[in-house]
Design a protein around this ligand. Structure first.
Ligand SMILES: Cc1cc2nc3c(=O)[nH]c(=O)nc-3n(C[C@H](O)[C@H](O)[C@H](O)COP(=O)(O)OP(=O)(O)OC[C@H]3O[C@@H](n4cnc5c(N)ncnc54)[C@H](O)[C@@H]3O)c2cc1C
Length: 471
């Protein structure tokens, strides 16, 4: 069906203004935040802006009857081309469907529509003394629907886990237009082990199994206090060893971040006033909870890390904590300052490795950078082995782009070799599905069968998650 006719059919389903068909409007939906989207244009045939479950269901019925691909989209902050129409079709932009339907404080849960932005939800929950703990760096952009679809998390996953731990139930529109509620049709319980866990199946399914239209999330009481320890190390090996020492002392910090020497250099070039100490590694431990517990844990971490570190500082004053945290906050942007014509690319950026192999991963990534002639900056969530690598290249130089692609492929393969994963946070989309078989083996065939069962026509976000050409 050509774009014009498709648009006309969709306009019979949605009210005026909620179907976009002009080439400029469609082009606006041809990218996300990924490196790969810079080089390939995936312009959808039509964009729709549904605002109700009934509208989504009708679009899905129409698409299913006409065998047209449908791609759900939140804020488009994904790093893997996940929300792009790689096989054409209809994009469902859910970002404007952003109602917080109910804060059920008595039952410690909240019910939202998919387009609610993470930061806005937590601002709202703060009024109830509650919060939704997963904390992606894209908090001011990404939607809860996108977070659930990608099982997103952030630097506090060490203590609070990822989105999946908080999803109590979902309303999902299936590819044929049927609407189901997972986690019990009218359930408001926090614990529920009845039936197959379909909620977990849809969390992290990256829009390949259905459209998430309503989300029931568990929320937690906001911690009363917070503190930060900064520990500076003269040797890279001492940093993961110090993390293990802290765990073995019985303390579970809410975040443990590492900046290696490349990241320290980048931060100091970008914001000299931050003036991080020149070292092989810096660790930032965040602890939270009640004030007395926070003080005890902070002092204990100082004592433990002090045995290995060159220097250690403990802060609970909000200004000082902000100063200590600032280096970590700006590193993603600072990376580009390594060279005047450089851009930081989001590719190979979130591998995950066992804790015992973090140092090896950081060293090998540096070596790979030298081998491919690409500058890299390393930082990340060392507390759970989620290494963030920022390759820095001149995007106008095709030779550098090719070398960066080689480097990124090698980083992904390294993650699997080290018994880790190609992605600890950002997902698979259309850029890591080539590693699905290497990562999951025979389990990929079970994933394919599940996909075929729910989506026999393969209209739901095709070309993602499963090995290319095999869905
Ligand atoms: C600066 C920056 C920092 C980031 N930091 C982090 C981080 O710390 N941790 C992290 O996990 N990620 C991070 N990300 C990646 C990204 O923000 C997350 O993956 C986020 O959850 C995506 O949300 P979104 O609304 O932008 O989804 P989109 O990018 O629009 O979509 C992502 C995927 O979800 C699917 N999808 C979206 N909505 C629905 C729905 N309602 N139903 C079914 N499928 C749906 C899409 O089809 C696509 O496959 C970062 C990105 C940027 C740009």
């Amino acid at each position: 069906m050509d774009s014009q006719r498709l648009g006309n059919e969709l306009k019979k389903i949605l009210p005026p203004g909620r179907v976009l068909t002009s080439s400029l409007e469609r082009k606006m939906y041809s990218y996300d935040s990924s490196f790969h989207a810079r080089f390939r244009s995936f312009v959808p045939d039509a964009v729709t802006l549904p605002r109700s479950t009934a509208e989504v269901a009708e679009i899905m019925r129409f698409a299913s009857n006409n065998n047209i691909p449908v791609v759900p989209r939140g804020a488009g902050s994904g790093e893997t081309c996940g929300c792009l129409a790689v096989r054409g079709g209809i994009v469902l932009d859910l970002s404007g469907w952003d109602t917080i339907e109910e804060v059920d404080a008595a039952n410690m849960q909240v019910i939202v529509r998919p387009g609610v932005v993470h930061y806005i939800l937590n601002e709202h929950l703060a009024g109830f003394g509650l919060f939704f703990p997963p904390d992606p760096g894209s908090t001011r952009m990404c939607t809860i629907g996108g977070m659930v679809a990608n099982n997103s998390s952030g630097l506090r996953a060490v203590k609070y886990g990822t989105t999946e731990q908080y999803v109590l139930g979902l309303e999902v529109v299936l590819p044929d237009g049927r609407v189901i509620t997972t986690g019990g049709t009218n359930c408001r319980a926090l614990k529920n082990v009845s039936g197959l866990n379909l909620t977990k199946l849809f969390v992290g399914s990256e829009g390949t199994l259905g459209v998430i239209t309503r989300i029931r999330l568990r929320v937690w009481p906001r911690p009363r206090a917070r503190g930060i320890v900064m520990a500076v190390f003269g040797s890279l090996d001492e940093a993961p060893a110090a993390v293990l020492d802290v765990y073995q002392s019985g303390i579970l910090p809410s975040g443990i971040e590492i900046l290696d020497s490349s990241a320290i250099q980048a931060v100091n070039m970008y914001k000299p006033e931050i003036n991080l100490p020149a070292a092989e590694a810096i660790l930032l431990f965040e602890v939270d909870g009640n004030p007395a517990g926070v003080e005890w844990e902070g002092q204990k971490i100082v004592e433990i890390t002090g045995k290995r570190a060159l220097s250690v500082e403990w802060a609970t004053d909000s200004q000082r904590m902000a100063d200590l945290w600032r280096g970590r906050g700006v590193v993603a942007v600072a990376a580009a300052r390594l060279r005047p014509d450089g851009s930081r690319i989001f590719a190979g950026e979130d591998i995950s490795v066992p804790l015992s192999r973090v140092t090896e991963a950081l060293r090998r990534i540096k070596e790979l950078g030298r081998e491919f002639g690409v500058a890299v900056v390393n930082y990340g969530h060392i507390g759970d082995g989620n290494v963030h690598t920022a390759p820095v290249i001149n995007l106008e130089n095709s030779d550098e782009v090719a070398r960066a692609n080689g480097l990124v492929d090698a980083i992904h393969r390294l993650a699997i070799e080290l018994h880790g994963s190609t992605t600890g946070e950002h997902g698979v989309g259309a850029v890591r599905n080539q590693y699905a078989l290497a990562e999951h083996g025979e389990a990929v065939n079970v994933m394919k069968r599940l996909k075929e069962t729910l989506d026999p026509g393969n209209i739901m976000n095709p070309g993602k998650l499963l090995p290319p050409g095999e869905e």
